[in-house]
Design a protein around this ligand. Structure first.
Ligand code: TYM
Length: 329
């Protein structure tokens, strides 16, 4: 059985982009793959955080992932399993500054004032490579924005193998969904939907109420033209394309099916159909998340049990990596 690893930052409640780009595929893959799903709380320290928010958001994300259908035995938080930090350090010493300098996410997140950002933000992709390779995972379901990080993980694995003269770390294949791998902001079709966008109107989160969903969709940015009947008519209309893509992905149909149904109509009627469909699909997740959040002990138990399982698999792999680099035990 192939091993799958993926992670999500507990920086807030997962949004529709996280769901369509990653979580939904995790739920499918866990049926016939050996899966590990990780709340990457160590990665969360790479940007400003508060201890209280981190605790609350880790619990909130745990509840939300379980409500979305993730198998509780496969979920844990990164900091509870020391293999991540240990292999992360080794990879800090394998990875090259030149490689890290090319990472577009670092450039986006650090902006103009790089000097004020943490060293952790810079080496973020090394820890991500360690997350995956500590399990010898070969398949990594992610959204499109993680593609470059996975290429770097493969470079690190190859250099480690080459430098140590072994064939130890496997090649990683990204599993990026063919559609909706990059869900865009509801306020600006040129920006991806993101937890860090200051406008809550820019994203649908999985705990939004029916009213919030309807209101966010009603206010979503669009253009004055009617919907086209063919894909070519979406050229230069990123907001329209985004809403139609969301509709198609959530209903497991194609963009051309959706265009065939709504082409020629104004945004008013399409938006109300979109909101109704989203409420129907997301309201049960929001309800279940709220139920799960009432029992914090259960959520902590899930994370502890998941961490034990994660330790049992990653410990021998990382111990072997440590032996290979020359550490004595
Ligand atoms: P994070 O927390 O930003 O996002 C979690 C997952 O959601 C996907 N995603 C999106 N997909 C489509 N449209 C969007 N607008 C959108 N926004 C986010 C992301 O691609 C991701 O799959 N670095 C990772 C976490 C991580 C990880 C790992 C992932 C740490 N270690 C090892 C895989 C393997 C991140 O920040 O994801």
């Amino acid at each position: 059985m192939q091993r799958v690893f993926s992670g999500i930052q507990p920086t807030g409640i997962p949004h529709l982009g996280n769901y369509l780009g990653a979580i939904r595929n995790w739920v499918t893959l866990q049926k016939d793959h050996d899966c590990f799903f990780c709340l990457v709380d160590m990665h969360t320290l790479t940007m400003p955080w508060t201890p209280r928010a981190l605790r609350e958001q880790t619990l909130g994300s745990t509840a939300c992932l379980l409500a979305s259908g993730i198998d509780p035995t496969r979920l844990y938080n990164q900091s509870a399993v020391s293999a991540h930090a240990r292999l992360g350090w080794i990879f800090d010493c394998v990875s090259r500054l030149g490689w890290l300098n090319r990472m577009t996410q670092f450039k986006d997140k650090a902006g103009k004032h790089r000097e004020n950002h943490s060293a952790g933000l810079y080496v973020y992709p090394n820890l991500m490579a360690a997350d995956i390779l500590a399990f010898h995972a070969t398949r990594v379901p992610v959204g499109d924005d993680q593609r470059q990080h996975l290429e770097l993980a493969n470079d690190i694995a190859q250099k480690f193998n080459h430098d140590m003269g072994v064939d130890f770390f496997p090649h990683i294949d990204p599993l990026i969904p063919p559609h909706a791998a990059r869900v865009m902001s509801l306020r600006d079709g040129s920006k991806k939907m993101s937890k860090s966008d200051p406008s809550a109107q820019s994203r649908l989160v999985l705990t939004d109420t029916a009213d919030e969903i309807a209101q966010k969709i009603r206010r979503a940015k669009t253009d004055p033209d009617a919907l086209p009947s063919e894909e070519a008519g979406l050229e230069g209309r990123p907001e329209a394309r985004n809403l139609l893509t969301i509709y198609a992905a959530m209903t497991d149909t194609t963009l051309s099916d959706v265009l065939a149904s709504f082409g020629g109509q104004g945004f008013g009627s399409f938006k109300s159909a979109l909101a109704d469909m989203l409420v129907e699909k997301l309201a049960p997740v929001a309800h279940e998340t709220r139920q799960l959040l009432k029992n914090e002990d259960h959520l902590l138990h899930v994370l502890r049990t998941g961490a034990e399982r994660a330790r049992s698999v990653s410990e021998p792999i990382v111990s072997e990596a440590e032996r290979l680099v020359g550490f004595l035990r």
